[in-house]
Write a protein that binds this ligand. Sequence first.
Ligand code: BDP
Length: 721
Amino acid sequence: MRKSICFIAAVLLLFSTLHAWAEDNYRLWLRYERVTEPALYNNYRQSVKQLIFPAGSPTLKVAKTELQNALGQMLSLQPAEANTVTANGTLVIGTPQTSTLIAQHRQELNTIRREGYFIKNTQQNGKVTITIGANTDVGVLYGVFNFLKLLQTHSSLNHLALIDQPKIQCRILNHWDNLDRTVERGYAGSSLWKWHKLPGYIDRRYIDYARANASIGINATVVNNVNANALSLTTDYITKAAALAKAFRPYGIKLFLSIRFSAPVEIGGLKTADPLDAGVQKWWKDKADEIYRYIPDFGGFLVKANSEGQPGPQTYGRNHAEGANMLADALKPHGGIVMWRAFVYDDKVPDDRAKQAYNEFKPLDGQFHSNVIVQVKNGAIDFQPREPFHPLFGAMPKTPVMMEFQITQEYLGFSTHLVYLGQLFKETLASDTYAHGKGSTVAKVIDGQLDHQPLTGMAGVANIGSDVNWCGHPFAQANWYAFGRLAWNPEQSPNTIADDWLRMTFTNDAAFVNPVKQMMMDSREITVNYMTPLGLHHIMGRDAHYGPGPWVAQAGRPDWTAVYYHKADSAGVGFERSSRGSNAVAQYFPEVRNQLENVQTTPEKFLLWFHHVSWNYAMPSGRNLWQEMVHRYYSGVDSVRNMQKTWSLMQGKIDNERFAEVKDLLAIQEQEAEWWRNSCVLYFQHFSKMPIPAGYEKPDHDLAYYENQKFYFIPGTRGVQ
Ligand code: BDP
């Protein structure tokens, strides 16, 4: 008997060590690690001894399960369930429909709308309670996740008086996932959606995906690529999508589909997809009716039309509004919406690519039906490491306009480079458009405040795939997380978001959190320095967008080359977008335009975006432009080395697996940063004809070496033209 007990104990010990050893990072920020600090542990246990949480609906059920699992893991505790408050340390959770105790909080309930929640310390029957209340079940779910965040980040549970609600209605991921499970610009494995096993088999990851999204307030998802395959609108695929929608539904997540504008021809057997054709209109109406039969809460359509070879209304001589409205009318009876992308440019149009979306969309302001929202990328070119805000923000006061950010790091080192995008997102959101004078930030445009828009949204191109750790790089999870948090409230600080994420994902140990947070906060600027300093843009390798390619001069069309954008010559470098050049600056409101018109007042970070500047131009640092550019590239690489140093000090503070993975990835990042630096410095030197100043390490190879590098099977490129 003693022997077998010892044996079982040994096996259990072995398993627990193996478990601790096998850290695969699957759990994201929902780890619910045991609270080990004794005072906190006891305090938390005292605060949640009893639970009043009647949970009838699927959403309340998942909220309750999440809570119970988390409390079990963090505090080894299952609170006693009760109907009335009989003990100090009672957790009261629900809506006015499920709980009379919640219904008493009229003031809070009146303040929050559909998806908001409150978390408060109150007294009931003379006993101390924590109350989590909301008007709706999904509000309760958000409240529970935020309460668990308090525990995960070791926050105090005294004096709780939180009232929170989303500032943006549609907080949506865009998956660029193809039906064959390749992911356009995806660097974290293949698509999560196993179409061939749907609708029969629901993978556990669909549920964990939905949980993770709900925990940060994401409430919608587009499951297929914007470069859409018409097949996704066939009955077969609608049935499959319906199974996904059903899996997501308890978590408050609505499913949307990207559509191919020519679907009526491709799968409907019609001769045309002209939006003004009655047959086409009927086809879409019938299709919408069919979708809603399978997915009653279907969100609507995302549309990439007349962009990069995709069909659209212009194919039939109609404009974007006519195309969008036809689809909107089909969805309207069911409450669906159309997200119509403004990412349009055409190499047949001679104008600067940066101007084309504004040129096409601004004149259509006011012509879209009320259930259309125009989806605009953060900048006018394409998700570059840094772009000035898109001039369409603030320019269409009579049209709902939503943000499209890219979470997947197409132009920011794939899933190999540690780049915290909270900073990038925030920089755009905080930019002042001056649409209605000072303070008219992009955030206020997209949360609807500025022009009183009833329909609001923020989309993020997902970085999620089948990799066990979801996003490829452990720190890429932070970008999914930060997107959700900023979509909920674009005014939040990236610093706070990084802090929460680190605590939940790694540890609450300040000796880890503080230095690593600083590293995250600096990481985006560092990447800009070694990739595209001073406003350079679109100088990456062609097609796959992997690594540097400032020399790319042939790419099928001029606006896909690098030379189109940097315009380096012996006189200088940069794209002249002032009135002396393409006059793209005229698309901004006067305060912004005037600042950007002039080289002297243009912020350094956008200098070469807006101006062609001579190599000898005196920069504020005292260096000339050439020297400044070299300095930035070198400092970018040096900073990556500093990141490596910071990280190496973290050994032992977290599990060895993630420590080692990040260490290895940082080493690749350092090599690739060097590759960017050497390629770009050598390439631009060709024009500046000035030496790399003394004191800098010399590039290992000559320019020809870098130009001749060849890469095969680069991820994210299948299906890319
Ligand atoms: C670019 C990508 C391309 C996308 C396109 C888009 O390179 O793969 O299809 O954007 O947003 O960033 O439609």
